[in-house]
Design a protein around this ligand. Structure first.
Ligand code: AHG
Length: 346
């Protein structure tokens, strides 16, 4: 009989081991990551039985017990907010699900040094058709002094100030991937012991990939530079590094996760009717830009590095181009060529 390998590191063991190499660290970030892992496991249980229970109902509808049915994304929001509020490392949160940030108003939280921003269940439009969905999170050191309540400025920091960022993908298996400046590591949930186990150490985004991910339905509403890049991808052959494959799930966590592992480029550009696109800078673009850059990739809004954008609003949207370095260079060359043509022939 093959014995199951129980020597793999769990998420907790891994973060504690990392702490041992950083004698000055307080352990607050490790604790926060453990809290996030716990919420992810709880959400995973509900996502897995989403087809079986009436949790899929719209918020506000009433289930058979006469209780309010909460949508899964609100359930996920409450789980992540709850563990962070009860923990000892987070002073406040901002969530894609909430209009305003929430400062935790108790003695321990007011003295915590981190704030956390998250999209509790991205791709939730895909829940009822059994497609992978995910959670995305970003962690920043607060700017306001310890002991005081958090304010909006703690949340409106550029992505380059992130201390850590990560995502959970609820897919054919459930994975938690997180990055600090020291590297990106992936943990797969082992349901037999209920723990995230290190399965993808030190993830690097391949420098060149062959997958491009974009919603082709908007093609005629994209800028000429984007159209040019899509045409370039379609015209790739064996002779010039291709052929390329188009893959678009419509669930960013799953799309970017696949491209991070296999090499590829994901884009959600602006369109003529929505010049800033759809994705949120603080909850989607910034954490993924941080993760992908630490892994060796590149992320821009088409003209600027995502991580250098100064946010002005909690829920602002941004165009996003993210992925393998080589493919991003090709994209940028198409965008530059078209903007040069436009300035000659406005
Ligand atoms: P939602 O959470 O509302 O389902 O949105 C998902 C996001 C993102 O995950 C995905 O890449 C994108 O929206 C897909 O949007 P389109 O359907 O417009 O391509």
């Amino acid at each position: 009989m093959n014995a199951v390998n129980r020597t793999v590191l769990t998420l907790d063991e891994f973060t504690i081991q990392s702490l041992r190499t950083l004698p000055s660290a307080t352990g607050e970030l490790s604790t926060l990551l453990r809290d996030i892992g716990l919420a992810a496991k709880r959400v995973n249980v509900e996502v897995n039985k989403a087809g079986l229970v009436d949790i899929l109902g719209d918020a506000g509808s009433v289930n058979v017990q006469g209780e309010d049915v909460k949508k899964l994304d609100i359930y996920a929001n409450n789980q992540f907010m709850g563990v962070l509020q009860r923990g000892v490392s987070c002073a406040g949160i901002a969530s894609e699900e909430l209009d305003e940030f929430v400062g935790f108003d108790d003695e321990v939280s007011r003295n915590s040094k981190y704030v956390c921003l998250f999209d509790p269940l991205d791709g939730s439009g895909n829940i009822d058709v059994n497609v992978s969905i995910g959670t995305i999170f970003a962690v920043y050191r607060r700017l306001t002094p310890l002991g005081s309540p958090v304010t909006l400025e703690d949340f409106l920091q550029p992505g380059n100030k992130q201390v850590a960022a990560g995502y959970v993908v609820y897919g054919s298996s459930t994975m938690l991937v997180y990055a600090t400046r020291r590297g990106v590591n992936g943990f797969t949930l082992d349901p037999s012991i209920g723990e995230f186990c290190l399965s993808h150490p030190d993830i690097k985004c391949p420098e060149q990939g062959t997958i491009y991910s974009v919603n082709h339905g908007h093609f005629f509403r994209y800028d000429d530079g984007v159209k040019k890049y899509i045409n370039t991808c379609q015209n790739k052959t064996k002779e010039n590094g291709g052929p390329y494959t188009q893959r678009y799930i419509g669930s960013m966590v799953a799309d970017v996760h696949r491209n991070l592992i296999k090499g590829g480029l994901f884009m959600y550009p602006g369109t003529t009717d929505k010049p800033r696109g759809k994705l949120r800078l603080l909850y989607e673009a910034n954490p993924f830009a941080f993760i992908v850059e630490v892994a060796g990739g590149v992320a821009t809004n088409g003209s600027q590095r995502i991580l250098d954008v100064e946010p002005t609003q909690l829920h602002q949207r941004t165009p996003l181009f993210i992925g393998s370095k080589g493919m991003m260079a090709e994209l940028e060359s198409c965008l530059r060529q078209e903007s040069a043509t436009e300035s000659v022939n406005p």
